[in-house]
Design a protein. Structure first.
Length: 176
């Protein structure tokens, strides 16, 4: 099923296959997949890349994202994005700390969570770890909403049982 709040949310087993359709609706021809290394090892990143490539899109992959991403990681991902030949991205993430500092629309973003609980794929907040200040900075802007969120429960079932259980507890706590 699908619903909109303000982004398009697609829910259901096997919905990852709809990634190219979403990207095409956004005018996409060259995707940058961002994830952590574990998802690559599990085959999820390559599966998403294959769907996009089968639809005729160019795909670059960056898998150096750790849990609680840091300012350094955001900067590395930005560099990789630019080197991939993308249209635009810029500024240090620290320039956007606080509320409503994102000056306008961001590049098209499709969020595909592989766990459940926080709902970060449908919020206007981004939390980044700043190791230089031993601090978690928050960026808040309605411009941060992804254009699409694809919620495919099959991705969670590929996680170890302990991770799936922790996600269930996290979702329960957030729903309280």
């Amino acid at each position: 099923f699908e619903f909109f709040i303000p982004q398009n949310i697609i829910v259901g087993a096997g919905t990852l296959v709809r990634l190219p359709e979403c990207a095409q609706k956004l005018g996409g021809t060259h995707a940058m997949l961002l994830s952590g290394p574990t998802l690559r090892k599990m085959g999820i990143v390559d599966k998403a890349a294959q769907y996009l490539e089968d639809a005729g899109m160019k795909v670059d992959i960056f898998t150096e994202i750790e849990a609680n991403p840091s300012v350094t990681t955001v900067e590395k991902a930005t560099t990789a994005f630019k080197e991939a030949g993308a249209d635009f991205i810029g500024g240090s993430i620290t320039e956007y700390e606080g509320a409503h500092k994102v000056p306008g629309k961001i590049i098209p973003l499709i969020a595909i969570p592989t766990t459940a609980g926080t709902g970060s794929e449908v919020t206007a907040f981004s939390v980044i770890t700043d190791h230089s200040r031993d601090y978690k900075l928050t960026v808040f802007s309605y411009e941060l909403f992804p254009s699409y969120a694809i919620l495919d429960p099959e991705l969670l079932t590929s996680a170890p049982a302990s991770v799936a259980a922790a996600c269930g507890i996290d979702a329960f706590i957030h729903a309280e």
